[in-house]
Structures are given as structure tokens and as C-alpha cells.
Design a protein around this ligand. Structure first.
Ligand code: SAH
Length: 506
């Protein structure tokens, strides 16, 4: 098989990132004879982005590996029954919404099955389906994101481009509307585009040029509090300020703030009469200073330009302050569903001692604190721990204690240091990043011997690996919930309950 060859294939399966998988029989590959007896006669697996199970497609081979290949979709010959028209014409080049051409029902089906397959194949769980609740999808799986980060640049003709990086490159594709961001973003981009262009034309160096590492404005970050309607806009700049020097009215910042007010007003005018729609209010405008030549979007310092340096939002009854640099789950509606499930699995009666490991700004910790005697949280990012403490105060919780450091270091140290009620909690909750928990942390949790362990995970493969280890050390998988946090995208979020069953296998 060679690069650039064209084949016709039927898509039979979905890969780990939502791409379609089909097979090319080896007899079809130029230069091979009949298939050897006994060999998998489905042929060579080909991974093709933008295809759906059931599609018959013409594809072009773009990369050949030893036992498989990658193809690019050239043409759909017969569309799958699960194929839908993507709502966004840029879905294929953007890479943000890898599943947008698949019906939402099928997306949910795929995600539920992905968790099931991981638990069975990697986790060694028999009949995982029996423990799994139906997946919680969204009624309206669009416009759910509370945070957007748009790169800003110039095209060859010197026109301002705001949008997203085309898959695996750093060339910016201009975007007028995004179907998963809050719709106010469309109004903000519409206002900021001419403002950015005018200042670029005037100064010649207003827009950041990544290759030259010159120019000022790099990214536009926006956040919306879905329950409060508060809007935050933060410009990421390669500098320390906007060009206001010498102007008596601070003209550049003043114009920016005016543009943003107009955008929010425009949004309200067109939306606020509609049922269930929150009227929005601009609450925070700031700069984030990032002077490094780096792929990282945010620098380490922020500077308020107007309003508060944060917005507030609620998850259920708990109030949170969110600054431009804080981690906050991007899907507010589904986060509530996810945390409710985690809290339900924790089964609290106000008498329990609980740990929340990888606690971020304390979102899960504070949802637990309402129903527990005491909650301990641990998190690696110092700013997040500061936010967690502030958020506990803001809500009047006095039954929380937060530690800053690596969970795999802090928790074992805590466990070894003298007598403390936190050594033997009733419930442990973990919500690690994609790589899952370190072995030493899992071992320490087992020594702490909580009755229940609730594991929130954004990667079912590492979740399943850890479930297997915990199973070997005496914990039994009881319940599995899957919550769709990333509608139209391929990521899968799940939460499980494990219970101590006293039967150690190893
Ligand atoms: N539970 C929070 C955050 C989950 S994201 C929420 O739902 O909002 C995972 C968190 O783990 C991040 O805040 C990240 O900073 C933190 N983290 C990553 N590695 C860590 C480690 N080794 N020890 C403790 N926290 C870690």
C-alpha cells in the first residue's frame, strides 16, 4: 500500500478519537496476491477522520504504518444512517468538534460503549454494562461551552483573523460563529474584529505575529457564568498594556470596553425575550500578560482593565469566583449533572470525613462539604488552592481544609504523619487529569480504607487501568455513570463508585 492511493471502503468501527475505521482487503492492495490462509481476512485497518460507522467512502491513503494506515476522506459514496449535516461548515478543518457529522444519539452511544469497552478490556470487569447507568446527554447539545480561547493573527493580505488553528498547524482560520460556544461569543468577535483591524492599521504592530514573536494581541479569552449571566473578556498580550499612553481618555482600552458593552447589549437585544435565556452583563475586562515565545496560551499574570478581576457562577447552590486563569469545567449544565452523581455515589449523611483529591478550585469539595462533616482537598496548582480557600469562605463553609502539592506526595505524607481523623476517611473522591492516579496514591488510598471511593475521570482507559488495580486491592466496582460534557467532541467523562469488599486478590 502506498501514499496517495485511492480506495473505496466501508467504515465498520470507531477509533479512540472518534475517527472511522475500515479495512482494505489485502487482495485489493496493488502488488499483493491472495491472502495467506489463517490471516485476519478483513485486511489492513485504515483510520479515516470525518467518517461515520456505516459510511461507504472513497479515501486517499495519507500515511502507511506496518499494520495499519491513515486515510483522508475524499468523497462519501453512500452515507451512513448515523451521518448528519454538521451545523458548522468549518467542523472538518477546526478539529474542535470531531463528532459533529454523527447524530447526537450515535455520539452518546459511542461514548457509553467506549467506557464499557475500556472497563471490560482494560479493567477486566465482567459484564460492565450491568453496572452502567444510561448516559446523561444534553437536551440541546450546542452552545454549551462557558469558556472560549480564540487565537488572533493576520492573513497574507493583512486582514485580522480570529478563530482557531487549522488541525495540527498554527495557521488561523477565521471564524464568524461557533456552534458550541455561548452565542455571545459571536457578537464579541463581530465587534472586536474591526477594532483590532483599526488599531493594526494605525500602529502596524497591534496583532501578534507568532513566527516573528512581535506584535501585541495574541488570544481572546471569554468566559460566561451560565447561571449569573456575567461575562468576562481577557485579551492575552505580548506586552504589559494597550497603547493608551499619551491619550487623555485611554482611547484603546476605552474603545475595547465600549465594543464589549455593545456586543453584550446586542446579544441581549436579540435574545433576552426568548424563553429561558439569561440576560448577560459585562463584568470583567482584563489583560493577561504572556511575553514568552511559547505555545502556552496564558501567561502568569493578569491585569484588570475594567470591572472585577473575576466573574461569579453557581454550581447548584454553591458560588464560585472564577478568574481568567482558574480551571473551571467548561460545560456548566453537565458539570452539575456530573457532580450530583459524584455526590450521590458518595452517599453522605453529614457525618462523614471525605477527601477530594485533584480538587482544582474546590468545586467538588464544596459540593461535598454541604453534606459531609469534613472535607480535605489536595491540588497541585497554588493559585487553584487559593481560589478553593476563597470559595469555601465565600460560601461560609468551615469544614474544609486544603493542601497544595502533588496528591501522590501530600496524601502519603499526611497518612504517615501522626494521628489525624483525615487518615481514615469514609469516602475518597479523585478527579485526576488524563493520565490517571499514580500507583503510590492508589496504595495509600487503600491503606486509608475508605468505605466508598468515587472516581471522576476524563479518560476511560486510565480509569479502567486504575479500577483493575483497586479491584486487586479489595475494592469492587458498583456503579458507573457517563456524562456527556463535550458534546460534538470525542472526549468522554465518567464517574464510578467502588466499595470496599474486604477481599484482597493480591
Ligand atoms: N475536580 C476539579 C479539577 C479536576 S481537573 C474540577 O472538577 O473542577 C484535575 C486537577 O488535577 C487540575 O486542577 C490539576 O491542576 C490537578 N492536578 C494535576 N496533577 C496533579 C497532581 N499530581 N496532584 C494533585 N493535583 C493535580
Amino acid at each position: 500500500m502506498n501514499k496517495n492511493e485511492i480506495y473505496e471502503i466501508k467504515i465498520e468501527d470507531i477509533g479512540a478519537d472518534g475517527e472511522g475505521i475500515g479495512h482494505i482487503p489485502e487482495t485489493d492492495v496493488a502488488g499483493t496476491d491472495a491472502i495467506e490462509p489463517g490471516k485476519d481476512n478483513r485486511g489492513i485497518a485504515v483510520f479515516v477522520k470525518d467518517t461515520v460507522v456505516g459510511d461507504v467512502a472513497r479515501i486517499r491513503i495519507v500515511k502507511v504504518k506496518k499494520n495499519y494506515a491513515y486515510g483522508r476522506l475524499e468523497e462519501i459514496i453512500t452515507p451512513s444512517q448515523y451521518r448528519v449535516e454538521a451545523r458548522c461548515e468549518k467542523a472538518r478543518s477546526c478539529g474542535g468538534c470531531t463528532l459533529m457529522h454523527m447524530s447526537y444519539e450515535k455520539q452518546l452511544d459511542y461514548k457509553w460503549n467506549k467506557v464499557r469497552n475500556c472497563l471490560e478490556r482494560i479493567g477486566g470487569v465482567e459484564n460492565a454494562a450491568n453496572l452502567m447507568e444510561p448516559i446523561c446527554g444534553m437536551e440541546e447539545p450546542y452552545h454549551y461551552r462557558n469558556k472560549m480561547q480564540f487565537p488572533v493573527g493576520l492573513n497574507k493580505e493583512g486582514r485580522v483573523q480570529i478563530g482557531f488553528y487549522a488541525g495540527r498547524t498554527h495557521s488561523i482560520i477565521d471564524l464568524e460563529r461557533c456552534e458550541i460556544g455561548h452565542p455571545v461569543n459571536n457578537y464579541i468577535l463581530q465587534e472586536l474584529r474591526p477594532w483590532l483591524q483599526a488599531w493594526q492599521n494605525q500602529t502596524g504592530s497591534f496583532i501578534y505575529d507568532e513566527e516573528q514573536h512581535k506584535g501585541l494581541v495574541r488570544h481572546i479569552l471569554t468566559r460566561v457564568g451560565f447561571t449569573t449571566g456575567e461575562v468576562m473578556v481577557c485579551l492575552v498580550v505580548n506586552g504589559t498594556e494597550l497603547p493608551d499612553k499619551g491619550a487623555t481618555d485611554g482611547s484603546c482600552s476605552a474603545e475595547l470596553i465600549e465594543c464589549l458593552h455593545r456586543a453584550v447589549e446586542h446579544y441581549n437585544m436579540e435574545h433576552y425575550n426568548m424563553e429561558q435565556t439569561q440576560s448577560l452583563v459585562l463584568q470583567s475586562v482584563s489583560l493577561n500578560i504572556n511575553r514568552e515565545k511559547t505555545n502556552r496560551i496564558l501567561g502568569n499574570t493578569c491585569k484588570a482593565l475594567w470591572g472585577n478581576p473575576y466573574i461569579t457562577d453557581y454550581i447548584g447552590e454553591v458560588k464560585f469566583r472564577i478568574s481568567p486563569m482558574s480551571f473551571y469545567q467548561v460545560n456548566s449544565v453537565q458539570t452539575k449533572v456530573l457532580y450530583d452523581k459524584a455526590v450521590a455515589y458518595a452517599d453522605l449523611t453529614r457525618n462523614e470525613i471525605v477527601w477530594d483529591m485533584y480538587c482544582g478550585i474546590g468545586t467538588i469539595s464544596l459540593c461535598l462539604a454541604q453534606k459531609a462533616k469534613k472535607v480535605y482537598g489536595v491540588e497541585i496548582v497554588p493559585q487553584a488552592i487559593e481560589d478553593a480557600k476563597q470559595n469555601a469562605k465565600l460560601n461560609g463553609f468551615e469544614n474544609t481544609e486544603f493542601f497544595c502539592g502533588k496528591a501522590e506526595e501530600v496524601v502519603p505524607e499526611f497518612y504517615q504523619s501522626g494521628d489525624n481523623p483525615g487518615k481514615h476517611p469514609d469516602v475518597v473522591v479523585v478527579d485526576p487529569p488524563r493520565k490517571g492516579c499514580e500507583e503510590i496514591l492508589l496504595q495509600t488510598i487503600v491503606k486509608m480504607a475508605p468505605e466508598r471511593l468515587v472516581y471522576v475521570s476524563c479518560d476511560p482507559a486510565t480509569l479502567a487501568r486504575d479500577v483493575k488495580r483497586l479491584g486487586e486491592m479489595g475494592y469492587e466496582l458498583k456503579k458507573v455513570g457517563v456524562v456527556d460534557q463535550f458534546c460534538q467532541g470525542g472526549h468522554v467523562e465518567s464517574v464510578i463508585l467502588m466499595q470496599y469488599c474486604g477481599k484482597e486478590k493480591k
